[in-house]
Write a protein that binds this ligand. Sequence first.
Ligand code: NAD
Ligand code: MG
Length: 376
Amino acid sequence: MLKTLTLLGSTGSIGKNAVKAARRLGLEVRALAAFRSVKEMEAEAREFLPRVAALYNEDAARDLRTRLADTSVKVVGGEEGVLEAAATEADCCLNAIVGVAGLRPTLAALGAVKRLALANKETLVCAGSGVLRAARERGVEIIPVDSEHSAIFQCLQGAPRPRRIILTASGGPFFGRTAEELEGVTVTDALAHPNWSMGAKITVDSATLMNKGLEMIEAMHLFGVKRENIKIIVQRESIIHSAVEFEDGAVVAQLGIPDMSIPIQYAFTYPGRAGTETPPLELEKIGSLSFSVPDRNTFKCLALAERAADAGGAACAALNAANEVAVGRFLAGDLSFPGIAETVERLSEGYSGDASPERALEIDAEVRSRAAGSRG
Ligand code: NAD
Ligand code: MG
């Protein structure tokens, strides 16, 4: 099993869960990185004494440096600092940064580790082909952390190529509502996910179904399947985390209670497994499982993601940037919930064809500056 780890986004929802896994498995943490959570980063750094601890925010990094002056930890700041943490040599890097901010750190990690445990789906949405090529060239294995992709990955161990992927969705907090009923929903409503406890951005993405659109693009890259061979289905209880269908019609699924501890730890122990604190799945307590087709007319973000997937990597990078802007505005109270899909559609127009990681970052900047220009 791997012994050394770097944790990017270590203070977030996935990051904190990964810290618990590192503790449970007795792994050596060589580098930590986060945005600006000084206190949480200080506690993690004191526990693991990594070589490097990075905070993107320079003021926060200065504060952290003072706090950790009595330790051997090198504290670095800014994007350079985060990239230094990402480029620290280790058996595995977990990238749990949120958003396209995780793309450069992914590329930096590819030169320094043997395994990339990838939670940052935006890396693949924005620059999937370039990132996978770079990983192949450097002999780095990518193990998905996203629960659906971990499920698919688990179903495919020792298996031939599947005929179809069945990507499950919870449906989010607004499942079953009409477009009219979505007009007045608040940030608090959107953040109340029925099954999963996650960071704010992905929770809003789950409410709009953009998350499933991003995950579809992520699955196309990770498993080399065409969009028409990915079936998205609402599995309301989030017990079936996803499934694969083989040529003979057999369907293999991975089940479990909704707890990210399992896919996070599996990315570290793969191909082996180890115990977690997750309670066992007792199917009789679940009683029944329900399935339905997602409502693409009401939840337009899913349809927009499907359109971007067909238009290519450049359109996916634009879609992601527009979505990050729109979700940020919604969380700040500057945009209504239906405004998210409208904003994404308007800001992401006009891109097609493939995009290298460099081009994806340019597109990201273009969309953000277009957004800033169209404000107010
Ligand atoms: P979060 O908001 O809880 O945490 C994000 C982390 O990234 C924090 O530690 C933050 O400090 C750090 N960060 C943000 N910007 C940064 C930057 N520029 N440089 C360095 N660090 C930065 O988010 P989360 O819910 O943990 O999600 C993280 C990623 O994992 C996202 O891509 C999300 O889509 C994916 N994911 C999350 C879950 C989940 O259950 N939370 C499930 C599947 C996939
Ligand atoms: Mg997921």
